[in-house]
Ligand binder design. Sequence first.
Ligand SMILES: NC(=O)c1ccc[n+]([C@@H]2O[C@H](COP(=O)([O-])OP(=O)(O)OC[C@H]3O[C@@H](n4cnc5c(N)ncnc54)[C@H](OP(=O)(O)O)[C@@H]3O)[C@@H](O)[C@H]2O)c1
Length: 345
Amino acid sequence: MTSSTVLRSIIAHHKRTLSSCSLSSCRPLQTIQTTSRGIPLACLNTHPSLRMASTSANAKFTRDALFDLKGRVALVTGGGSGIGLMATQALVANGAKVYITGRTKEKLETVAQKYSQGSDSIIPLECDMGDKSQIDSLVKEMSSREKCLCILINNAGISSKTFQTESSSADEMKSNLFDNEDSTFQDWSETYNTNVSSVFFTTTAFLPLLQKSSELHPGWSSTVINISSISGMVKTAQHHFAYNASKGATIHLNRLLAAEIASSGLKIRVNSIAPGVFPSEMTSDGSGEDQKSHIPKDKYAEKVPASRPGKDEDMAQAVLFFAANQYLNGQTLAVDGGYTLAAGL
Ligand SMILES: NC(=O)c1ccc[n+]([C@@H]2O[C@H](COP(=O)([O-])OP(=O)(O)OC[C@H]3O[C@@H](n4cnc5c(N)ncnc54)[C@H](OP(=O)(O)O)[C@@H]3O)[C@@H](O)[C@H]2O)c1
C-alpha cells in the first residue's frame, strides 16, 4: 500500500468513526491537535496501517535486506584461520555458501566442521594459492560445482622475516638489514609471491566465474575483496621491510585490477580491506582447537587509539560492507582501530 493510499484510508476512517474510534489515542477533535486535513496527530502516529506503511517503506534499509547474502557463492583463500576464518563466518552467517582454501587440510576441515550452518555451507578445498597450476585446477573444480562465483576474498598471506631496523650507525644498519643471513632475495620473493602475485593470478583466473555472477543476478555485481594491510600504508617498516613493501604492492594492485576490469566493461568490483592488528596464526602463537587465535588486549593498549586488537565482529562488519555495497569500487579501507593515525602514513 502506498502512503497516499494509507492517508486516504485514514481520512475516510476518521470521517466515519471520529467519535467512536477504537484507537485509544483518538479523542474529540476540538481537544486535540490535528493535521490540516483534520486527522488527530496522535492517531496519525499510532494508526496501525500507517505504522505498517512506514515499516514497509523502510524495508530495504533493514540489516537483513542490506547484507543478505543468501544464494551467493564465495571463495575465501586462507580461510582456515585468522582473518580468513572471520570472513568465512561472516559470509556463512548471512546466507552465503563459502569455499575455503589453504595448504593444510586439517585446518580447513576443522573450520568446515565447527562453523558450517547446514550441510555444504563451508567447503574445504586444499590449494596452494602461490602455484598457478593449482589455481587453475581450483577454477576447474569450482566451475564443475557452481554456475558462478559471487565473492572472492584474496586473503591468504604470509609474513616475511623480521629484523632490527633501529640502528645507531650506518654500519650497524647495514649489518642488521644486509649482512644478516636471514635477509635474502628468497624471503622477499616468497612474501611477494603469496601477498601480491597470488592476488593477481587468483583474481584473473576467476574473472569468467565472477562475471557470470553479475550476469545471473540482476542488480548485483560480483566482488573481489583483497586483504591488504595497514603495513602497506604506514611509513614504518615494522621490522619487516619485505612484508610491508608487499602489502603496499597489494594496495596498488587492487587499484590496477579495479581500473582495468572496469575499463574492460566487466561488472566486477575490486576493493581492499587493510586490517590493523587482528588475532591470527600470523600475529599470535598459532591457534586453538577451534582455529581461533588470541592476542592479549593490553598488548596494543598504548599503540592503537582503540586500545585493543581488532575483534571478529570488526572484521565481519567490514567484509559484509564490501561484499554487499554495490557502489564501492577500487577502494582500500583501513580497519585498524586508528593504528594508522598513531603510526603515521
Ligand atoms: N592478522 C593481522 O593482524 C593482519 C593485519 C593486516 C593484514 N593481514 C593479512 O590478513 C591475511 C590473513 O592473515 P592472518 O593474519 O589471518 O594470518 P593466518 O592466520 O596465518 O592466516 C593466513 C592463512 O593463509 C593460508 N595461506 C598462507 N599461504 C597460503 C598459500 N600459499 N596458499 C593457500 N593458503 C595459504 C594459511 O594456511 P596454510 O598455511 O595452511 O596454507 C592461513 O590459514 C594475510 O594476507 C595477512 O597479511 C593480517
